[in-house]
Design a protein around this ligand. Structure first.
Ligand code: HEM
Length: 153
């Protein structure tokens, strides 16, 4: 605390949002820009080689973002739950947000990884990327609502 300013919370929210921006922005770029452009301008072989290289690199950035989102989300949760006692709407929306976030993380890791168990998912990578972009949109909307629910007594 610095007077009325909760420095730890500000730094935590800053990192939470920065990691979200990189992860969601990167996913949108990958699906809506790179995939379309590469499909139009490269031969099938070149496209395959680029896809493998880009996904290999992107997976590393994504894993760091997911780790940061989980750590800062956990801290957010710990602090904010205490500020919303007896508010079922807040708790329910937060629960839904966490379930959607874990689904998003699972899909993101499955479609960028090499685990054989998820090979089927990777065959539909383009569709799952769109699903993840939609999930991110819903999660950001829920987060927005959560933030606008006044804290309890
Ligand atoms: C399990 C993972 C996550 C947990 C536990 C978590 C938890 C939280 C909590 C408790 C808040 C504060 C809400 C409030 O102000 O009352 C928050 C804020 C927020 N979260 Fe998450 N979150 C997670 C993942 C995500 C993901 C995946 C996204 C985006 C796709 C996201 C986007 C946001 C945004 C935009 C805010 C608002 C921050 C602000 O305006 O300061 N979160 N999160």
């Amino acid at each position: 605390m610095l007077g009325e300013v909760d420095v730890a919370m500000i730094v935590n929210r800053w990192i939470h949002l920065a990691a979200v921006i990189v992860a969601v922005g990167g996913t949108v770029f990958l699906r809506l820009v790179l995939q379309q452009t590469a499909g139009r301008t490269l031969s099938a072989d070149q496209h395959d080689a680029l896809r493998a290289a880009v996904i290999g690199r992107w997976a590393r950035v994504l894993h760091v973002c997911i780790a940061l989102i989980l750590l800062t989300g956990g801290y957010n949760l710990y602090i904010m739950i205490g500020r919303h006692p007896g508010q079922p709407l807040y708790h329910a929306l937060l629960g839904i947000k966490i379930l959607l976030a874990l689904t998003l993380f699972f899909l993101a890791i499955a479609i960028t990884g090499r685990n054989l168990a998820f090979a089927k998912l990777r065959q539909n990578r383009a569709a799952w990327l769109l699903v993840n972009i939609a999930l991110a949109g819903v999660i950001v909307l829920i987060s927005n609502v959560l933030k606008s629910i006044p804290t309890g007594p």
